[in-house]
Ligand binder design. Structure first.
Ligand SMILES: Cc1cc2nc3c(=O)[nH]c(=O)nc-3n(C[C@H](O)[C@H](O)[C@H](O)COP(=O)(O)O)c2cc1C
Length: 309
């Protein structure tokens, strides 16, 4: 590991180092108008949610470290106290990149980047039609970050006064992240795309688990089970006992070899083969079968497989 002190780096290197580690960051496409009514849209990845009663967001428009210039977005929000925040999908990535160019304040960036407006219902700045999820916001507070030492950051706390959610991203009464196709920002010029195959669920622990330190040693030191597998096993409330009725198979249950069944994602069939061959003492294979159960979130089956000594 390299140890790096912020004070040893140039501003540019410090910026990239910070942003490469604080990643991926969601991207807000912020729409504002100036006091004369000229529209502006710009992307901000210093963006997150911090409260839900009331709903509060923050964006971080920086001040140029070189010139000390403020962003149009920052000036517009300070002047009008309003903006809309629109999430960014993959189909918008080139448009938001265009919108990030430094156009003069009197240039309408909606026109420049080819995105379209929809009237908001409470605030004056428009929503971005191409975004499937938008928020109308009012300024709560602007926090200047360490201006005493020349800091160039701001945190603008924004209260959401209205949400707009497209039907296209809804499923069974809630937002389905697989339908959003969101993008996020990494360090340097890297982005990532949140595609359906990169989304997975992790269920919250209902109770404090026994912990990895309480796992039997042969499990804790397994060369097959990963850290994620061990943490899943460690989420049980009590150390399980061998259940004499496990496993149960139908009379006509058929299976191929352990390897083929594991490759086919059928750990139960792999276990059937192992037991039929009288090889349940083979710890390595049992750990592989348990790992396959854990990958399918079948925690109890995994535990029972591991306990079958
Ligand atoms: C994906 C993306 C994320 C960005 N995030 C930020 C940010 O969080 N803060 C910032 O000051 N600039 C950020 N920028 C740069 C601004 O979008 C850029 O300076 C823009 O010109 C500001 O426009 P404005 O002066 O019209 O407000 C980002 C640019 C891109 C492409």
């Amino acid at each position: 590991m390299q140890k790096i002190l912020p004070s040893d780096l140039s501003h540019r290197d410090r910026h990239q180092l910070l942003l490469s580690g604080v990643a991926p960051r969601p991207i807000a496409l912020v729409s504002t108008v100036d006091e004369a009514g000229v529209g502006n849209i710009s992307p901000f990845s210093f963006f997150n949610a911090y409260g839900s009663k009331p709903p509060i967001l923050a964006i971080g428009p920086a001040i140029s470290a070189k010139t000390g210039a403020t962003k149009d977005t920052w000036r517009n929000i300070m002047a009008t106290k309003q903006c809309t925040v629109n999430v960014c999908t993959y189909s918008m990535v080139e448009a938001i990149n265009l919108a990030s160019a430094e156009y003069p304040p009197d240039v309408d960036e909606f026109e420049k980047c080819g995105l379209s407006r929809v009237n908001a219902s409470i605030v004056t700045p428009p929503l971005v039609r191409e975004s499937p999820y938008s928020m109308e916001c009012v300024l709560m507070e602007n926090i200047e970050l360490r201006r005493d030492i020349g800091g160039n950051g701001n945190i603008m706390l924004l209260e959401v006064v209205c949400f707009h959610v497209s039907d296209s991203i809804m499923h069974d009464g809630q937002i389905d992240p697989r339908r959003m196709d969101l993008i996020a920002r990494m360090g340097h010029d890297y982005y990532c795309r949140i595609s359906p195959h990169s989304i997975f669920e992790v269920h919250k622990p209902g109770v404090p688990g026994i912990g990895v330190d309480a796992l039997p040693e042969h499990i804790r030191t397994s060369v097959v089970l990963t850290g994620n597998h061990l943490a899943k096993l460690a989420g049980v409330q009590y150390l399980p006992m061998l259940d004499g009725s496990f496993p149960q198979f139908a009379k006509d249950f058929r299976a191929d070899s352990v390897q083929i069944e594991l490759e086919g994602g059928r750990p139960d069939a792999a276990l059937f083969v192992l037991l039929s061959q009288g090889k349940q003492r083979d710890r390595g294979i049992r750990h592989k079968i348990a790992a396959a159960f854990l990958d399918q979130n079948k925690i109890s089956e995994a535990w029972q497989t591991l306990l079958l000594e």
